[in-house]
Write a protein that binds this ligand. Structure first.
Ligand code: FAD
Length: 316
């Protein structure tokens, strides 16, 4: 079977969950081959990739690959697609993954699908378009399919692969070196999971009422081990940082559980969360549009409902 290249997402050598999801998807489509781009490859990383089905692991450990903005990763993948006759390339639909996908598509003259939430036989991808208003099935009709898959859209399942390593060296063109990284500032890692990768997200909107009141949302999030999100109304008001905004102009999340508290459910907010597996809405207005989307709805004041929920979760 032909190889399906999976670009590994990792932080400090730790393989991110989305990579395990991509390997799980790749197993159903061909022979999964993980692509490690940059330094930091360890025996632990190898074990993790093999545990989730990587038959091959291409390791390009050069410092140069991570020394420039995305160009080298696209070049590495282009080289592998040509040299290994790959059947498809899967990347995470993160900001970086999507940029790599676009650049790779130009290099190898292929089509690209972004924000896929599923991928089946013949590389037919399920995709959410027009701000999430319509779901379509799409297929790349030219070249080697490149598909950027949203984190959390597939449950990762372990199934051992051989994990056979092959070192790869890549000679970078000047174009790949056009944007050099001059400094990396490590963000303080909070106790909460990363918003786009979290299995549970608790989001607050204008109904929260103030920055201080966001502690109510954070309380429930911490009880559930969840990430905190916010609507644009809340971030624009300065109640919560913009990096936590969910929606068309914010982050896209696909958690197992999304709890929306004091959020009306505007189309631009839905665009970022409607692929969540289960949606719970808490809103004092029974006519709020978010209830059309919700699997479970609680009509009530979030300042009463959310602390009660937190208390119940804490008891378990
Ligand atoms: P509102 O619409 O004001 O809703 C607040 C809700 O809280 C109401 O339903 C109310 O009944 C309820 N409520 C009030 N008090 C309580 C209480 N005590 N208990 C329970 N419920 C209560 N929005 C995003 O979220 N993300 C985006 O990325 C985004 N991008 C946009 C891009 C563009 C180009 C445009 C034009 C808009 C964008 N918006 C985005 C804004 C969007 O249109 C809405 O204005 C915004 O989502 C509304 O946020 P909200 O639901 O928190 O506020």
């Amino acid at each position: 079977m032909s190889e399906i290249l999976v670009l590994v997402e990792q932080v400090d050598g730790e393989v991110k969950k989305v990579t395990l999801e991509l390997l799980t998807l790749a197993r159903g489509l061909g022979t999964p081959a993980a692509v490690w781009a940059g330094p930091g490859y360890t025996p632990d990383a190898k074990a993790k990739l093999a545990e989730y089905g990587a038959e091959k692991i291409y390791v390009a450990g050069s410092e140069e690959i991570t020394g420039y903005v995305v160009g080298p990763k696209a070049e590495l993948l282009a080289q592998l697609v040509a040299g290994k006759s790959a059947a498809a390339v899967l990347v995470a639909a993160t900001a970086e993954g999507k940029e790599v996908a676009g650049r790779l598509a130009v290099k190898i003259d292929s089509g690209v699908i972004t924000d896929a939430v599923g991928l089946g036989d013949g590389f037919v991808a399920e995709q959410s378009i027009f701000g999430g208003g319509v779901n379509v099935q799409s297929k790349v009709s030219r070249g080697t399919p490149i598909v950027a898959v949203r984190p959390n859209s597939t449950a990762p399942e372990a199934a051992a692969g051989a994990g056979a390593e092959e070192e790869v060296s890549v000679s970078l063109s000047d174009a790949a070196k056009s944007a050099r990284i001059v400094e990396r500032v490590k963000q303080e890692k909070g106790a909460r999971p990363e918003l786009t990768e979290a299995a549970i997200v608790v989001s607050g909107g204008r109904g929260v009422g103030s920055a201080e009141n966001f502690s109510v949302i954070e309380g429930l999030a911490d009880a559930l081990g969840a990430a905190v999100g916010a609507s644009r109304a809340a971030t624009d008001a300065g109640w919560y940082p913009h990096q936590f905004q969910v929606g068309q102009t914010g982050k896209t999340v696909s958690p197992q559980l999304y709890i929306a508290a004091g959020i009306s459910g505007a189309i631009q907010h839905r665009a970022g969360m409607q692929t969540a597996k289960t949606i719970v809405a808490i809103n004092k207005d029974p006519e709020a549009p978010i209830f059309e989307l919700a699997d479970y709805g609680i009509v009530g004041d979030l300042h009463q409902v959310v602390p009660q929920l937190t208390e119940e979760v804490d008891k378990r």
